[in-house]
Ligand binder design. Structure first.
Ligand SMILES: [Zn+2]
Ligand SMILES: [Zn+2]
Ligand SMILES: [Zn+2]
Length: 345
């Protein structure tokens, strides 16, 4: 009897069974081609700006310059490159009027979902996803993440900002126009909170950042997908999804606010290359990605931001939902090898 391997996440108390005897090849997950109905009434397309609430931030194309602005009154400029709008049905909504900290704490104790929920329209082109986007456009998107994170994280009632992207209907994207979302919350949600607590403990015990340590190990492991001067991409040791990969900056930082121009460009390039590999390998599968970061100054030394990419290739059913333990039918080492091969093809 050969047992399946049982692996634990670097930090989280989360276990996964690597069930390779089911021996599915990553390419078994390749998506069948389906006809996508094109909507002529996409509310995120150029010309339909009036279908959305006024933008809280837009990058406008002004001759050769990019100007940062927002929608004023009824004016809705159409020469935008990136457009950030409040979600029409927000999960978290800002306080009604100027509210002080004491009131916020009071309202939070009454269970109000105070915060922000924004949609970042990534491009004027309906289908311009990161895997296909031009690098300057993708760089603008990263800049927009940083600009919005700076503004939202400065609010007294915001404790965490989740930046994420749902791609494909099966991954939860209700609009097909290229977009990301940002949700600012009045508490730190469970997974980042657990990561932060575990990295803090590691730091206190070893006087070093656990993610810097992970980078050192994974760049020499068979799980490495790609490495350049600023970033590493690898399939995490206890991946819970087939083809899951994470992008980590080599330079230690707890969030993306301090990224320089060269690092932003390198991040755009790294993101594009790895998402393109996923797209080519599996015929454009649905996925979610999300940043893990900290806006708490205390976490500066011990927390290390990263982006986690979760291809939606398996369905979590009774066992996963019931236990929080996962079964992954593709070894992370195999996922990494397939992604590497696709990048170098
Ligand atoms: Zn559109
Ligand atoms: Zn670090
Ligand atoms: Zn994480």
């Amino acid at each position: 009897m050969v047992y399946n391997e049982l692996r634990k996440d670097y930090l989280l108390n989360r276990w996964v069974v690597i069930a390779t005897e089911r021996s599915r090849r990553p390419t078994d997950f390749a998506k069948q081609k389906t006809e996508q109905a094109e909507s002529s009434s996409c509310p995120l397309c150029v010309g339909n700006e009036h279908m959305t609430p006024p933008a809280v931030m837009i990058y406008l194309k002004q001759n050769c310059e990019i100007e940062k602005s927002m929608d004023h009154d009824d004016a809705r400029p159409k020469n935008w490159l990136v457009r950030v709008i409040p979600n029409l049905f927000p999960a978290f909504a800002p306080p009604k009027e100027q509210t002080n900290q004491a009131q916020i704490i009071k309202s939070e104790s009454y269970g109000c979902a105070i915060g922000h929920h924004e949609v970042l329209v990534e491009s004027p082109n309906h289908d311009e996803d990161p895997a296909d986007a031009e690098l300057p456009q993708l760089t603008l998107l990263i800049n927009a993440y940083i600009d919005r994170l700076r503004e939202l994280s400065a609010k007294p009632y915001v404790q965490y900002v989740s930046i994420f992207r749902n791609y494909g209907r099966e991954a939860g994207a209700s609009l097909s126009h290229a977009h990301s979302q940002m949700i600012a919350t009045p508490i730190v949600p469970r997974i980042p909170a657990e990561e932060m607590a575990a990295s803090k403990k590691f730091y206190e015990q070893h006087q070093k950042c656990v993610f810097c340590d992970i980078i050192e190990k994974e760049t020499k492991s068979p799980r490495l997908v790609l490495e350049n001067s600023h970033f590493v991409v690898f399939a995490p040791y206890a991946s819970v999804h087939p083809l899951e990969f994470w992008i980590l900056p080599k330079k230690h930082a707890s969030n993306i606010l301090g990224l320089g121009k060269a690092e932003i460009e390198a991040f755009a390039g790294t993101l594009k290359t790895s998402l393109k590999a996923l797209k080519d390998l599996l015929n454009d599968p649905p996925y979610n990605y999300g940043f893990h970061l900290s806006i708490n100054r205390d976490a500066r030394d011990y927390y290390h931001w990263h982006l986690e990419v979760y291809p939606r290739l398996s369905i979590w059913a009774g066992f996963e939902k019931n236990t929080g333990m996962y079964i992954n039918t593709v070894k992370p080492e195999t996922s990494a090898a397939e992604l590497r091969k696709t990048i170098h093809a």
